[in-house]
Design a protein around this ligand. Structure first.
Ligand code: GCU
Length: 581
């Protein structure tokens, strides 16, 4: 039985409520560098003419500005489809305070970031959807400081994702940038988890970092009048265990508690929920009760802006649309979304499916790719492991069974995920199934290491029906696991009612609705069906979708248009979820 608990890991920098935070969001000066010559010119040095005959063919003075957070593609028309380097600069002032430590935290930069402070390189990060930070204690100057970030969103064969993906490759400093000041010895990490099989006993550990590792620790949950005391050892670590009667988090009652962790020199706090999630036989149980996952796929894009979503307002907009459809889970495709999405989903009572961008074409035989997958997994779990709303880690989407080393790499990644977090469900999404004679043959042995079978199928759109949907047959490689239809649907241009309703090439709403009607009929044939997840909530930007009349650079599989207009299929899905218990 897979009983999954809440793990409450308080990651210092993922939990910024009690740190001294200085936001570096806002206008940053930029140099657009399509030839990549900025490295050769060493723009991070910001050389200035010394002699009358000196000149430098770059300068941030007089440079254009871009907003951070935000993708650069949607901010300047010459950057719409840009894939290359942009150099960002932010000037900031700082007053050094003795004994304080200072960190520079990036919510995410897509795809590679190289970070310089006052002309010296702090380091770099690869991966467009997970946070990273640098300690700049002793490197920051009193007064004015210059932060320069080289951002490059070029796709890479050995990247995550690789060269090909079906969304706009938004580049830039796409999430918040903060300076975080902490005491000399600070709370570096927390893990507080419900003991296995328990809904009232919490266990975990505390980790301090600094010159005073052995300190008294208090954990408080004021609403429960709970105060737990312990002491860290010479390595700054202490274990935690306490019990209480928690109101469990659920979509119907998304209960969150304020939890405060105090050391002698630092305090962190967060709002935390407690719940259990498990796959038991062919069912998904939330807090011990069977739950049907009424899901929808969401890309991290504000459809009205045609831009990366990053703000709390963006998150509320997208998640409200999911709630209106009748969802209790959102699949945040195909990469970890920003923290606002995850925190707002939890607050609104939406379970979250979080996914690594191990998408389709991946170089699994390249050891550097496997190292990247592991690091990105660590970053994803590290950031969100205390978010009770996250119930499923999805470690890949539609990778090809024929790719060398794919199976071994993904099984190993799954094992690593279980070590990092044995609490949540883990799966891989595939579309390797065979569909012949109106029969699905779900043969992929990758599912043997998963807690549920998640499959994408587009019968009725990419693949014609081979018989009556209600007569569909199924062969499952694992007959004792829940089955989740993680993608299905088809395209329609909102308002397109012209052309034959039975011909796909007119992108009519009627044709899309027909797909949904047939899919809903087929759902009744799926053994162990634990949930469904239409692709997707809103039409979204994808340059490969090139039909000049119907697509115009948009994937039109949304149940909603990019203006939020409900297509006929939306009403079918809404009715299905409303009647589904
Ligand atoms: C795939 C893939 C999606 C893609 C969708 C489509 O299943 O997972 O990222 O957008 O199909 O073709 O629209």
């Amino acid at each position: 039985m897979k009983t999954v608990f809440v793990i409450l890991f308080f990651v210092l920098l993922a939990n910024l409520m009690h740190a001294q935070i200085t936001s570096l969001n806002g206008e940053w000066k930029v140099l657009i560098d399509p030839t990549g010559i900025g490295d050769w010119r060493q723009v991070w040095l910001e050389d200035k003419p010394q002699k009358k005959t000196d000149f430098f063919e770059y300068s941030f003075n007089g440079a254009p500005v871009l907003k951070v957070p935000g993708d650069f593609n949607s901010q300047r028309c010459e950057l719409t489809y840009y894939e290359g380097t942009v150099w960002y600069k932010k000037q900031f002032k700082y007053s050094i305070r003795n004994g304080k430590r200072l960190f520079l935290h990036f919510g995410a930069v897509n795809y590679i970031a190289e970070v310089y402070l006052n002309g010296s390189k702090l380091g770099s990060h690869e991966g467009g959807f997970t946070p990273f930070q640098f300690e700049i204690t002793g490197k920051v100057k009193e007064g004015a400081n210059a932060l320069i970030v080289k951002v490059n969103n070029t796709r890479h064969k050995d990247g995550l994702p690789g060269n090909g993906y079906d969304w706009l490759n938004y580049g830039g400093i796409t999430r918040d940038v903060n300076m975080i000041e902490k005491p000399g010895t600070y709370i570096e990490d927390y893990s507080i988890q419900l003991k296995k099989g328990s809904v009232n006993t919490v266990a975990g550990r505390v980790q301090l970092n600094g010159t005073q590792p052995a300190q008294n620790i208090k954990i408080k949950i004021p609403e429960l009048n709970l105060l737990y005391k312990t002491r860290t050892d010479e390595k700054g670590m202490a274990t935690i265990e306490f019990s209480s009667a928690f109101t469990l988090w659920s979509p119907e009652l998304p209960k969150l508690y304020k939890v405060v962790i105090e050391s002698e020199t630092d305090t962190v706090a967060d709002r935390v929920g407690f719940r259990t999630i498990e796959a038991k036989g062919n069912k998904i149980l939330l807090n011990g009760n069977q739950v049907f996952l009424k899901a929808v796929n969401i890309h991290e894009e504000n459809p009205y802006k045609g831009a990366r979503a990053s703000s709390k307002e963006d998150a509320v907009l997208l998640l409200n649309a999911a709630k209106e459809l009748g969802c209790n889970l959102v699949r945040l495709a195909h990469y970890p979304h920003n923290e606002n999405m995850v925190k707002e989903a939890e607050r609104m009572g939406l379970m979250v499916w979080s996914e690594l961008p191990v998408y389709q074409h991946i170089e699994f035989a390249d050891s550097s790719v496997n190292a990247k997958m592991e690091r990105m997994l660590e970053e994803m779990v590290h950031r969100d492991k205390n978010r009770c709303g996250v119930v499923i880690w999805s470690l890949s989407n539609e990778t090809y069974a024929s790719t060398p080393n794919r199976y071994r790499a993904l099984v190993e990644l799954t094992q690593k995920c279980r070590v990092l977090d044995s609490t949540r469900l883990i799966t891989h999404v595939t579309n390797t199934q065979r569909y012949e004679n109106n029969t699905f043959d779900i043969w992929d042995t990758l599912y043997k290491c998963c807690d549920l079978i998640a499959l994408n199928e587009y019968i009725g759109w990419y693949v014609p029906w081979q018989g009556k949907p209600a007569a569909t047959k199924w062969n499952l490689v694992c007959t004792d696991k829940p089955v989740f239809i993680s993608e299905f649907g088809g395209e329609a241009l909102y308002g397109s009612h012209y052309g034959a309703a039975d011909e796909a090439a007119f992108w009519t709403e009627a044709y899309q609705a027909k797909i949904y009607t047939a899919q809903i009929e087929m759902f009744n044939t799926v053994p162990n069906l634990c949930g469904v997840c239409p692709w997707l909530l809103f039409d979204y930007r994808s340059p490969g979708r090139m039909h000049p009349v119907y697509q115009k650079g948009y994937n039109r599989k949304g149940l909603l248009s990019d203006k939020g207009e409900k297509k006929k299929a939306w009403y079918l899905m809404h009715a299905y979820y409303r009647q589904k218990t």
